[in-house]
Each structure stands twice: as structure tokens, then as C-alpha cells.
Design a protein around this ligand. Structure first.
Ligand code: NAP
Length: 278
């Protein structure tokens, strides 16, 4: 059975889970991503700043039988928000992947102090017009940043990829995105850099269902219609993380997991209002 999908307000359909690739680079990265595709992942994350568009693109173009379904993602770095630079960077991303075009292209961080994210967005719109990329979206945008894009360009992002895990569930942000028809992807969905997978609430619910803590957390994302992007280098965890669509958590279990959230729950304190990445 294939991975289920979710549909954005503009009708764009994306797989309901994707594969995270941060730190997967070079030939080992190609092997790991190729394995993920064989396991069934159809949405692949990547970014200019991960220095792995080549590895992800190579794994995607060497996949047999599925290339049309694959959605390769990349992201524009903060140092390339100026219009002409952004377009050249997108072209370079396409060349590095070796694909005809990139499935989904995001602005990696808004960097509001620099205040060029609307300019960058106009470049992404142009890249889509020119056929360099199929869908466009953003990452780490706060609701007010998205509102500004829509007010100034009239183009709503298909996706916003933000930090979400039980320690930082982003309840209000999810509501805002739903109203706008923006699909939400979760980065660090398993709470990398935290003790999440050993949390007693998570392990207790996992025990009840006879599933792993990672599957419990991923089933929570799926129940909230968030697209998680778990990264796992090896095939066993890749398969485990994909095998979550038959898990039915109760409303009470979902609430108990969401209740683990805390205001300072970001794993590395990266608040897009002030954090900058170039
Ligand atoms: P994550 O997916 O939450 O966690 C990855 C860690 O969990 C790895 O150490 C992995 O180990 C381990 N893991 C995976 N499956 C497991 C399982 N079933 N049981 C136990 N441990 C498991 O963290 P992430 O890599 O930070 O986030 C995922 C992706 O989101 C990234 O790879 C990247 O593509 C994207 N991301 C985007 C942004 C952004 O600013 N847009 C920021 C951060 C991340 P092994 O690999 O050793 O198995």
C-alpha cells in the first residue's frame, strides 16, 4: 500500500509523510536515500545548506519505477534572498539534483531582520512560472510572515515546514495554516536533541499499542494532519517510521501527547522572530 496524501488549499497533493535527510551526504547519503525510496518514501527533504541536493537527486533519478511520484524538496538559504540571486540559486539547485525540475522549493528561514523574504518569494513565484520548480512554499515562517506574503503577492505557500514535536506542538499555528490552506510539515518530528523518545507518556502509550516510541510520535503527527519528515540513516528505522498509518490513537492519547508541549519546547531555541540563518 502506498503512503496516503494530504491536499493543500490550492489542490496540491503531497505525501502525508516525508524523509528527512539532514546529515545524509555523499555516497553513503545516496545509498540511504535510495533505501528510503525503496522502503516507500515519496517525499524527500533537502536544502542548499545541507549540501546534499546532489545525493538526494542522484538517489531520486536512479530509482526505478517511481520517478514521477517523487517530490524532491530543496530550500533557499538566507544569504540568497535577493531576487536575481535567488533565481540563480534555484537554477543551481536544479542542476545539482540532475532532475528536470525540483518538486517543492521553500524559503529556508524568513530572517525578518534582513527583511527580504517577500523579495525571495517573488523569485520563487517566477521560478515556478519558468518551470524550474513545481510547487513553492516556506519554512520557519511565523503566521504573520505568511500573512504578509499573501497580502503583498496574492500567492499562498503550499507548505510551511516548521519545528513540531510533542514538546513544541504549535497548536495555534496549525489552526492558522489550516484556515489558509497551507500544509504543515514537521521538522525534527521525533524531537532530535531531546529525551522525547524516552518520555514516560510516550513510552506508556507505545506500550499500550505494542508500537515503538517513534511510531507513537509519528502517529500523533499523522492524526493532526501534519506531514512529519523523520530522518533515519538505516533501513530498519526507515521502515518502522513509515509503518504508522494503521495506528489509531484515541483522542485522550493525542491530547496527552500534545499536553507535553511547553512554551520553551524548541529543541535549539530557534525562534524565527529573532533567529537568523544564512
Ligand atoms: P528527527 O527526524 O526528529 O530525528 C532524527 C534522529 O532520530 C536521528 O538521530 C535518527 O537516528 C533518530 N531516529 C530516527 N528514527 C528513529 C526510531 N524509529 N527510533 C529511534 N530513533 C530514531 O530530526 P531531524 O533530522 O532534525 O529532522 C528531520 C528532518 O527535518 C531533517 O533531516 C531535515 O530534513 C529537516 N529539518 C529542517 C529544518 C528546517 O529549518 N527547515 C531544521 C531541522 C531539520 P539515525 O539516523 O541514526 O537512525
Amino acid at each position: 500500500m502506498g503512503v496516503p496524501s494530504l491536499t493543500a488549499g490550492d489542490g496540491t497533493v503531497l505525501p502525508a509523510i516525508g524523509f528527512g535527510t539532514y546529515k545524509l551526504t555523499g555516497s553513503a547519503g545516496v545509498a540511504s536515500v535510495a533505501q528510503a525510496i525503496r522502503a516507500g518514501y515519496r517525499l524527500l527533504d533537502s536544502a542548499v545548506n545541507y549540501e546534499n541536493e546532489g545525493a538526494v537527486g542522484r538517489a531520486a533519478s536512479s530509482a526505478t519505477g517511481v520517478p514521477d511520484e517523487l517530490v524532491v524538496t530543496s530550500k533557499l538559504p538566507g544569504r540568497r534572498h535577493r531576487y536575481a540571486e535567488a533565481l540563480a540559486t534555484i537554477e543551481e539547485s536544479v542542476y545539482r539534483t540532475g532532475l528536470d525540475r525540483i518538486g517543492l522549493y521553500l524559503i529556508h528561514w524568513p530572517n525578518p531582520k534582513v527583511d527580504r523574504y517577500v523579495e525571495a518569494w517573488t523569485a520563487l513565484i517566477e521560478a515556478r512560472e519558468r518551470g524550474l520548480v513545481r510547487h513553492i512554499g516556506v519554512s520557519n515562517f511565523l503566521p504573520e510572515h505568511i500573512d504578509r506574503l499573501v497580502a503583498e503577492t496574492g500567492v499562498v505557500p503550499v507548505v510551511n515546514q516548521i519545528e513540531i514535536h510533542p514538546y513544541f506542538p504549535q497548536r495555534e499555528a496549525l489552526d492558522h495554516h489550516r484556515t489558509l490552506g497551507v500544509l504543515v510539515q514537521a521538522w525534527s518530528p521525533l524531537g532530535r536533541r531531546s529525551d522525547l523518545l524516552g518520555n514516560p507518556t510516550i513510552t506508556a502509550i507505545a506500550g499500550e499499542h505494542g508500537i515503538s516510541p517513534a511510531q507513537t510520535v509519528l502517529a500523533w503527527h499523522v492524526a493532526r494532519q501534519v506531514i512529519p519528515l523523520p530522518k533515519a540513516a538505516g533501513s530498519e528505522r526507515q521502515r518502522e517510521n513509515l509503518d504508522v498509518f494503521g495506528i489509531a490513537l484515541s483522542e485522550a492519547e493525542i491530547e496527552a501527547i500534545t499536553a507535553l508541549g511547553r512554551p520553551d519546547g524548541r529543541t535549539a531555541g530557534q525562534d524565527p522572530a529573532v533567529y537568523e540563518e544564512f
